[in-house]
Design a protein around this ligand. Structure first.
Ligand code: 9D3
Length: 231
């Protein structure tokens, strides 16, 4: 799978993908990541990517022209196997089902917004979709783009750690993961649950699904309502 990221901070992406599963996926060739500097598609002396908002108000707005020129030069041809996504606080909520959907696409171009916003013609006429990673205010789309790449890349066939855990994820759908413990069995007087030490795997499986359910009730009751009363 090929990702393109269009940003005014290309150096931002040196960090997040240098290690871990995504770093390995890039090394192995399962994932290609191309970082593009938006300022390469400006034509003025100051390499301007923003301007004042029509109607007035605080802050600056990202200009449409450099973004259109960039996308049209990265992809002279658009096709159904390619999607342009704008990361913005106004987007559809990115969740695991969106990640799964995106993992079936061949090539994705992520546009990182900055400043107070992006000229609306970019969302309307250049992008296939606008995505938000959650209801909190970030200072730009770069962190969000890194989140999307991480969540999608780890779902790809052949990406390290994918095989067993992807199967497990499809079973625990709609619930939080169960809690985990490792050695020592007694740490500062806090004991790991006895049932996990006894080797009875059927009993362990039942205990874990109950623990996952109870943790979900406590921390994320909204997930149970979303899954329906049967869950
Ligand atoms: C007064 C309204 N502005 C908040 C100070 C609106 C605003 C502008 C720019 C809010 C966020 C941003 C920058 N955020 C993103 O580009 C962004 C984002 C986010 O803020 N939250 C969740 N997902 C994303 S994806 C891109």
């Amino acid at each position: 799978m090929i990702f393109h990221i269009l940003t005014i901070f290309p150096d931002f992406f040196k960090g997040p993908f240098a290690c871990g599963v995504v770093g390995k996926a890039i090394e192995s060739g399962a994932v290609e990541l191309h970082i593009h500097n938006l300022r390469d598609w400006t034509s003025d002396r100051h390499r301007t990517v923003d301007d004042r908002p029509f109607g007035g108000g605080e802050g600056m707005v990202m200009k449409a022209e450099p973004l259109f020129r960039a996308v049209e030069s990265i992809w002279p041809e658009r096709s159904p196997g390619k999607k342009v996504l704008l990361l913005s606080a106004q987007g559809r909520l990115f969740d695991q089902s969106v990640a799964r959907e995106l993992s079936t696409i061949g090539e994705i171009l992520l546009i990182c917004g900055r400043y107070e916003g992006v000229d609306e013609r970019v969302a309307e006429h250049l992008c296939d979709e606008e995505l938000s990673i959650g209801d909190y205010v970030l200072s730009g789309g770069e962190l969000a783009a890194a989140v999307v790449v991480d969540a999608v890349a780890r779902l790809l066939p052949g990406v390290l750690g994918n095989e067993a855990s992807a199967v497990r994820e499809s079973f625990t759908e709609g619930l939080l993961d169960c809690p985990h413990w490792t050695r020592p069995a007694d740490f500062r007087g806090w004991k790991a649950p006895e049932v996990l030490l006894n080797g009875n795997h059927e009993q362990i499986r039942l205990w874990r699904s109950r623990a996952a359910y109870e943790k979900t009730v406590r921390q994320r009751p909204d997930l149970l309502r979303k899954a329906g009363p049967a869950a």
